[in-house]
Each structure stands twice: as structure tokens, then as C-alpha cells.
Design a binder for this molecule. Structure first.
Ligand code: PHE
Length: 335
């Protein structure tokens, strides 16, 4: 019997373990329930009574020897694996890129516009895109025969299965929000009203059936045209830079008197041209009256600008349709 245990001891000693597979094979062969150490122990019955104690001890030593060898080999393998893993961790490698979304150029432009007016003390208001005739036209002093009330310019909303035209329209500008605001709040008022507007126009590089405007309204006692001019100049300088060349010329809107338009010079000295960027004016007394504000007591100014126009000038985009195509190759450029 002692021959057997000696043989096994030598065998265990000579085994080399250098892979996880060899480690597992070693465990199965020597340390598992059916392994050689256990089966040796199960033979204890056939050992002469006086030798049993010594035999038992030897087998226990074998078990200890095998267990130690197993633990050592297993620790060694683990530490080797760690160093292998560390060696592949190249901390100079760039991180895997995670694609992130970004704001649409129109949202970025709108944010820029809002920022300017926040700094000038304006709040933000909004109103519905589906408007009624009163807010979109009548309260804004449009006479009944005004061409904007023509089907050619305005999307009128018709009841289903009926030729009857309701008095609902897709708002053609953000000016109706002025009316809503003045009906809700007493002056003094200082607010901008960004939003989507619709025009029944054919789609070209210059025009689209929908676009965005930012309306501005300031109502208080003794508001002057000079203050309007000051606000507009400050606005274009904050958006396009101090050196921006601008001009203000008289214009006409039913809801302002006097009315004006502002252009900025686009391009270099020789090849550039004037481009209109906003309409504005002193709020017409009839508009104040339509919302119950006394024009003898209060006055104010309003302005309206197209966000697409401002974005196209700012980024040098020459086709408005690009802003609506959702082509990622285009949008990606506005990081
Ligand atoms: N609502 C006008 C437009 O759509 C712009 C405007 C707003 C002009 C306010 C004057 C005052 O063209």
C-alpha cells in the first residue's frame, strides 16, 4: 500500500499545470470525489489493521499535497490572466465614439434670438397654430378685402365633407399671439412669441409652405419709435456682430403705423446686396382698441422676423428646403 501512496505522491509532484484546462484536469484526476486520492482512501478496508493509521495519514498528506498544488497553480494562473488583460488595456486609445444628437440649425438660431431678447428683458409667449379669422386678421386691422385673406396666400380650414369654409386658418404669421397676449395681460408688456406659421406658397429654394417667425411686442406708456430702432439695431448687432451694415426703410403693415422694414448688407462691398430680415412698426391704435387698450394712454412697438431667413444668412444656406429635408449629411454640419 505504501508503494501506491508513494507513487501517487511522485505523480502529483511531477504534474505541470500551465493552463486553466490542465488545472481542471488535475482537480478531476486527484481531488474530485471519484479522483485518485479518494479512491485510495476507499481502499482503507483492505489495509491490515495495524497499518491503517499510517495509511490514513499518508492519504491525508496526499490530499493536502494535491490541494496545495491546485491552489498555487490556480493563483498563478489568475495573476497571469490579469497581467495579460492589463497589457491589452491601452490607455492611449481614443474612447469608442458614442453618436450624440444635436439641435437642428433652426432651433440653434431660435435659441440665439431668444438669448438676445432675454437680455433685453423680454419674456416668451405662445399661441395656437390653428387660428381664427379674428386673431389672425380682423383684430390686426386687416380690412375685409385684404389680399392676405385670399385663398392663394392662406390655408383656410374646411369642415370635412363640406364646401363651407370655416373661419379657421393656419396662422399666416405670429402677430395673432400679440392679440392673445394683450387680451390676457394688462400693459406694460414685453414679450417675444416664436412659432410656426403657414403660407399657401409654392415650394422653391426661397419659399416653403411653412416657416418660423419670432414676433416681438412692447407696450407701455410713451414707447417711442426711437426705442424700436434702438432695440432692432441692438438685435442685429448681437446676432451678426457690431460691424453689421443695416438700413431701415418705410413699409406697410395693417397692424403698425408707421411701419418699417430692416435690411442688412450681405456679402462683400461690391458683390453683396441688401436682404430684408424683419418687419416692424408702432402698434396701430386700432389694434390696441381691438383688445381694449386705450391708445391715448399706451403705445408700443412690434416686430416680426423669419427664423429661416436669419439662419440662412447666418450659416450661408442657399436653399430653404434643406432645412426641412432632414438629410443627416446636411444636419451633421451644425455641431
Ligand atoms: N407679421 C408680419 C409678417 O408676417 C411681420 C410684422 C410683425 C411686421 C410685427 C410688423 C410688426 O410679415
Amino acid at each position: 500500500m505504501s508503494q501506491l501512496t508513494d507513487k501517487l505522491r511522485e505523480e502529483i509532484e511531477s504534474v505541470t499545470i500551465s493552463t486553466p484546462e490542465e488545472l481542471e484536469a488535475f482537480r478531476l484526476k486527484y481531488l474530485s470525489k471519484k479522483g485518485q486520492v479518494s479512491s485510495l482512501l476507499s481502499q482503507i478496508g483492505s489495509v491490515a489493521a495495524e497499518e491503517r493509521k499510517a495509511f490514513g495519514q499518508k492519504v491525508n498528506e496526499l490530499k493536502q499535497q494535491a490541494t496545495e498544488k491546485f491552489t498555487q497553480a490556480s493563483e498563478l494562473l489568475q495573476s497571469q490572466q490579469k497581467t495579460v488583460r492589463n497589457a491589452t488595456d491601452d490607455i492611449t486609445l481614443p474612447a469608442a465614439s458614442v453618436p450624440t444628437g444635436l439641435l437642428h440649425p433652426l432651433s440653434q438660431t431660435l435659441d440665439r434670438i431668444k438669448d438676445v431678447f432675454y437680455r433685453l428683458g423680454f419674456t416668451v409667449s405662445d399661441g395656437p397654430e390653428l387660428e381664427d379669422d379674428f386673431h389672425n386678421f380682423t383684430a390686426l386691422n386687416f380690412p375685409p378685402e385684404h389680399p392676405a385673406r385670399d385663398m392663394q396666400d392662406t390655408f383656410f380650414i374646411r369642415k370635412t365633407d363640406s364646401d363651407e369654409v370655416d373661419d379657421l386658418v393656419l396662422r399666416t404669421h405670429t402677430s395673432p399671439v400679440q392679440i392673445r397676449l394683450m387680451k390676457e395681460q394688462k400693459p406694460p408688456l414685453r414679450s417675444i412669441m416664436p412659432g410656426r406659421v403657414y403660407r399657401n406658397e409654392s415650394i422653391t429654394a426661397k419659399s416653403y409652405c411653412l416657416f418660423h417667425q419670432v414676433e416681438g411686442l412692447y407696450i407701455d406708456k410713451d414707447v417711442s419709435l426711437a426705442e424700436l430702432k434702438d432695440t432692432l439695431v441692438m438685435f442685429v448687432e448681437m446676432i451678426y456682430g457690431e460691424g453689421v451694415k443695416y438700413r431701415i426703410r418705410p413699409s406697410f403693415f395693417p397692424f403698425t403705423e408707421p411701419s418699417l422694414e430692416m435690411d442688412i448688407w450681405w456679402g462683400d462691398e461690391e458683390t453683396g446686396k441688401w436682404l430684408e430680415i424683419l418687419g416692424a412698426g408702432m402698434v396701430h391704435p386700432n389694434v390696441l382698441r381691438s383688445v381694449g387698450v386705450d391708445p391715448e394712454e399706451y403705445s408700443g412697438f412690434a416686430f416680426g422676423m423669419g427664423v429661416e431667413r436669419i439662419a440662412m444668412l447666418f450659416y450661408g444656406i442657399d436653399d430653404i428646403r434643406l432645412l426641412y429635408d432632414n438629410d443627416n449629411r446636411f444636419l451633421k454640419q451644425f455641431q
